[in-house]
Design a protein around this ligand. Structure first.
Ligand SMILES: Cc1cc2nc3c(=O)[nH]c(=O)nc-3n(C[C@H](O)[C@H](O)[C@H](O)COP(=O)(O)OP(=O)(O)OC[C@H]3O[C@@H](n4cnc5c(N)ncnc54)[C@H](O)[C@@H]3O)c2cc1C
Length: 455
């Protein structure tokens, strides 16, 4: 079912029954199944006796590079195939996303869009709404509980948002059936200008940072996401609670790249996890997937300056400023960090994994970020470095989760701890991180991953 709280009318104009199709402007939810915006568009189209046309505008997205575009476009090629099987049309053009939607809206009975929480995504939707002369309905599909429901304000920490989300959970953890399309889109003759059968050719013509190449570790697309999810639930989920702190144990779900590109729904993931027997492991996984992830959405939504140092809590900025001139045990600039050339082989290993594969385990991300803060000339410089490297190399970078977790390195959603040099009362992390797991086994894994990436 599609809960009514997922729907928001952005332009309250009447539906035009003389339209040629219902247009779904796909942007965040890049998938053909378990996508409430798509199912809503099909329901509307069925009611009007029209087909559905999905459009996607390929445009410059801040900080997106070859790694990101390759993953996204290969995922979209699968979306196109799956939509065709469902009788839904798909057009992709090299054009600012909302402008393509506006152009194709001219022949639409109504327009449906999905929802994104980043500034640019919100701006695009607002711009389309400003200039559209027909009905525009936004359908939330990428969080479990629509962000305004648990809280109307910026939340302080996981503990403050957790009970608010949990109260609503049962209403929003519901399956979503695929609606059959009554009128197929085969007769629509609307062509794109991007050839998804030639993705290398498309990529070669984009003005993007090509130094960050595609990765083999993650096969893109919703099929690959579901296959990974199924394997995770069957094999790793039962061990998640006890072993999630050990990167070499390989019990993480690796869902983050798919979630970032909307190639899988968090509701679908949560339902799959809930089909396994109740356990601490299951609770612990749902805590990360829902509470922690949706706390990040809350931050991006209610603190639109999420990409600026000034958004960090005042107590944290003050203590970091008080310690800004403490001597650093080691001092590196962004280039040395990016080249994985610090004195610390474990830190370098984590940076190498990120460069080679676009991924890193959560505990290592924490250590990685805390050490950049520790070894940079000042906290503002560290913030810039962490955010830039995070968004450049991670496949799941440039996400609400990216900005929020980088903020966490600097005290966001956390509390003051015992004072330390450089950190002040912001939580620090030391070398004992590596006593809690087999760090040398992890380094061997990184070497293997690098070899696998080279092919
Ligand atoms: C410094 C730093 C930077 C990070 N940058 C990113 C980023 O750019 N993009 C990103 O998606 N996540 C980021 N995270 C959060 C987290 O590390 C990743 O989401 C997680 O490691 C992804 O791997 P997984 O899907 O295998 O996680 P799993 O452990 O299997 O968790 C399942 C899902 O829960 C969510 N989740 C897990 N941990 C967190 C968390 N701490 N906060 C919010 N949601 C969480 C994610 O959506 C994840 O896919 C960062 C964390 C830190 C400390």
């Amino acid at each position: 079912m599609i809960q009514s709280a997922r729907l928001k009318v952005l332009v309250d104009a009447p539906v035009r029954p003389d339209g040629a199709y219902v247009l779904y402007w796909m942007q965040q939810s890049q998938r053909a199944e378990f996508n409430p915006a798509l199912e809503f568009a099909i329901e509307q189209a069925n009611g009007l006796g029209l087909p559905v046309l999905v459009c996607f505008g390929l445009t410059a997205f801040p900080e997106a590079n070859l790694r990101h575009y390759d993953f996204m476009l290969r995922g979209l090629a699968e979306v196109r195939r799956r939509l065709a099987d469902r009788g839904v049309g798909f057009v992709i053009r090299k054009q600012p996303s909302h402008e393509l939607a506006r152009a194709l809206a001219a022949d639409a009975a109504l327009v449906v869009c999905d929802r994104g929480y980043l500034k640019i995504q919100r701006t695009w939707r607002a711009k389309l709404a400003e200039s559209l002369d027909r009905r525009l309905v936004q359908v939330e599909g990428d969080v479990v509980v629509p962000v305004e429901l648990p809280s109307g304000k910026h939340e302080y920490a996981a503990r403050t948002i957790r009970p608010r989300i949990q109260r609503l959970l049962e209403d929003y953890l519901a399956p979503l059936a695929a609606r059959p399309s009554r009128v197929r889109a085969d007769a629509l003759r609307i062509v794109g200008d991007i050839d998804l059968d030639d993705i290398p050719g498309v990529l070669a013509n984009l003005q993007i940072d090509a130094a960050v190449g595609p990765v083999r570790r993650f096969e893109p697309g919703e099929g690959a996401a579901r296959a990974r999810l199924e394997a995770f639930v069957a094999k790793a989920l039962p061990r998640y609670g006890a072993e999630r702190g050990r990167p070499e144990a390989n019990v993480a779900s690796h869902m983050s790249p798919y979630l970032h590109f909307g190639q899988i729904s968090p509701v679908e993931i949560a339902l799959a996890a809930r089909r396994s027997p109740a356990s601490d492991s299951r609770d612990s996984y749902l805590e990360e997937l829902i509470v922690r992830r949706e706390l990040a959405m809350n931050h991006a939504f209610y603190a639109p300056d999420y990409d600026r140092y000034e958004v960090l809590p005042e107590w944290a900025r003050k203590t970091l400023a008080d310690h800004a001139s403490d001597p650093r045990p080691h001092l590196y600039d962004r280039a040395r960090f990016e080249a994985a050339q610090t004195h610390d082989p474990y830190w370098n290993g984590a940076m190498r994994e990120m460069r080679a594969t676009g991924y890193m385990h959560n505990h290592l991300r924490m250590y990685w970020g805390k050490k950049i803060l520790n070894w940079s000339a000042g906290p503002e410089e560290a913030f810039e470095t962490i955010l830039a490297l995070n968004n450049r190399w991670f496949l799941d970078g440039r996400d609400a989760n990216s900005f929020t977790n980088v903020g966490w390195i600097f005290g966001l959603h956390d509390r003051p701890w015992g004072p330390q040099p450089v950190f002040g009362t912001v939580r620090s992390m030391g070398a004992n991180t590596f006593k809690k797991f087999d760090a040398d086994a992890y380094l061997r894994d990184v070497t293997w991953l690098e070899v696998a990436e080279r092919g």
